[in-house]
Design a protein. Structure first.
Length: 455
């Protein structure tokens, strides 16, 4: 046996972990619905608005892999609980902030906390379940919680913004994070790697800094390429190069590069990156498209996002009833094509009367996304050694939210470059659809190469 695990049952750990995951996604999407009111209240300009939208992505992308490694080393429940605390404290800072700097600091803290919850939560489920139907059920519920959090967050933020103001959504997150501490202590077992590895402190600091600088560069690039953007790009390249050199010499590297030779790990990681680049980037802009191009209210503009999230929840829960195990890159590639079809169906939606078509298209994309969430979560921990499950989960989620930060930037930039909001939307749809199809092709090719006989 390779793990130091206190026995528990899957149903006991499943509820608090799924709810914690949903809470992270609730607070992740909150500014996307309320950015106009938030920026006005905080006195933020165009650059400040970009940071309001992206600051949690910076924290997530920078800390996910490091949080996973810490979970494997120090204990997954311990790091998970610390993450819940950081999400709650960060939300409190956001609720009380009177300026954009303090608000962004709170969002960065929420990102770091969310990284711990996402990476260690999925690892907890992997070690609380056995391979087979039990693991499929747990990862299906986990995948559904991602869609549930996105849908609930969009609706909650829009509703509270109209009734009591944007700050109330963050107060709700504080309360929910505190409420989850007790069930997590009671139902989630302590687990960690039996063989403790030497912490790769230098590698962790370099990777965290590199990802933070990279996402910061993408955020600043929304306002155009200038000296600061170029400096950040150069800094990211230098830090990533230094990280690669350090990892080659480290006795216990932060990232086991040998895992990249595993086609399942590659497919899961690239699949998550493509979902972030394409679907998360597009869906994040849907409320803005509804208001700017279709001329509908924020609540009405949030309906397609709710439909997308609802379809993803149902699809993720139905994964356990599919007789085929959906293992490897082939199913990931096919499901990405389903998502791409849904994305393409949103092309040309430029009047309020076509909101139904936008909702239908998002339902198609949501169905594909929901199944992907379930199987990518399962593959991310099944394709790594058992005592590195949190690292596998962290790597997978790092790809997803680094992709999301890039995807949101791409969509916003392409829409802004259009002659009209509707024309910009159509261009963005074609771009993200192309990215999704390309990703599906690369994964399918890699999967075919992996099956080819080598003798």
């Amino acid at each position: 046996m390779s793990l130091n695990v206190k026995p528990t049952t899957a149903p006991a750990a499943l509820a608090p972990v799924a709810l914690g995951t949903a809470l992270v996604l609730v607070t992740y999407v909150t500014p996307m619905a309320t950015v106009t009111a938030t920026a006005a209240d905080l006195g933020a300009g165009p650059a400040g608005r970009a940071w309001i939208l992206s600051s949690m992505s910076v924290g997530l992308a920078a800390a996910l892999l490091a949080a996973g490694v810490l979970g494997d080393t120090l204990g997954r429940r311990r790091v998970y609980l610390a993450g819940l605390g950081a999400v709650g404290v960060g939300a409190l800072v956001c609720a009380l902030a009177q300026g954009e700097v303090l608000f962004v600091a709170g969002r960065l803290l929420q990102g770091v906390g969310g990284a711990a919850v996402l990476s260690c939560g999925l690892a907890v489920l992997a070690h609380a379940t056995t391979l087979g139907p039990e693991r499929v059920r747990a990862t299906s519920v986990w995948g559904a919680s991602v869609g549930l959090g996105i849908g609930a967050g969009a609706v909650l933020a829009a509703l509270l913004d109209q009734v009591t103001g944007w700050r109330t959504a963050y107060v709700v997150v504080v309360v929910l994070a505190a409420a989850l501490v007790v069930p997590t202590l009671g139902r989630v077992a302590s687990s960690s790697a039996l063989v403790r590895r030497r912490p790769d402190v230098v590698g962790g600091l370099l990777l965290t800094a590199a990802l933070a600088v990279l996402v910061s560069m993408l955020t600043e690039a929304r306002e155009g390429v200038d000296g600061l953007v170029l400096a950040l790009a150069l800094g990211a390249v230098v830090l990533l190069g230094a990280f690669a050199l350090v990892e080659r010499c480290a006795p216990d590297p932060l990232v086991d590069t040998g895992l990249l030779r595993d086609p399942r790990f590659r497919s899961a990681t690239l699949g998550s990156l493509v979902v972030g680049l394409g679907m998360i980037g597009l869906s994040a802009y849907v409320p803005a498209h509804g208001r700017l191009a279709l001329g509908v209210s924020l609540m009405t503009a949030s309906v397609p996002v709710l439909v997308w999230a609802g379809a993803s929840v149902v699809a993720a829960l139905l994964v356990r009833r599919i007789p085929h195990p959906l293992v490897g890159g082939g199913p990931v590639a096919v499901l990405l094509l389903v998502v791409a079809a849904g994305q393409l169906l949103t092309y040309g939606v430029d009047t309020a009367g076509e909101l139904w078509r936008l909702s239908l298209a998002m339902a198609v994309a949501g169905a594909g996304t929901g199944v992907l969430n379930a199987i990518l979560g399962r593959e991310s921990v099944a394709s790594v050694p058992a005592d590195r499950a949190a690292m596998g989960s962290g790597a997978n989620n790092t790809a997803r939210y680094l992709g999301a930060a890039c995807g949101i930037t791409i969509v916003v930039s392409v829409v802004a470059a259009g002659a009209t909001p509707a024309a910009g939307w159509d261009a963005a749809v074609l771009v993200v659809t192309g990215v999704t199809v390309l990703g599906a092709g690369v994964i399918a090719l890699g999967s075919r190469e992996a099956r080819r006989p080598t003798g």
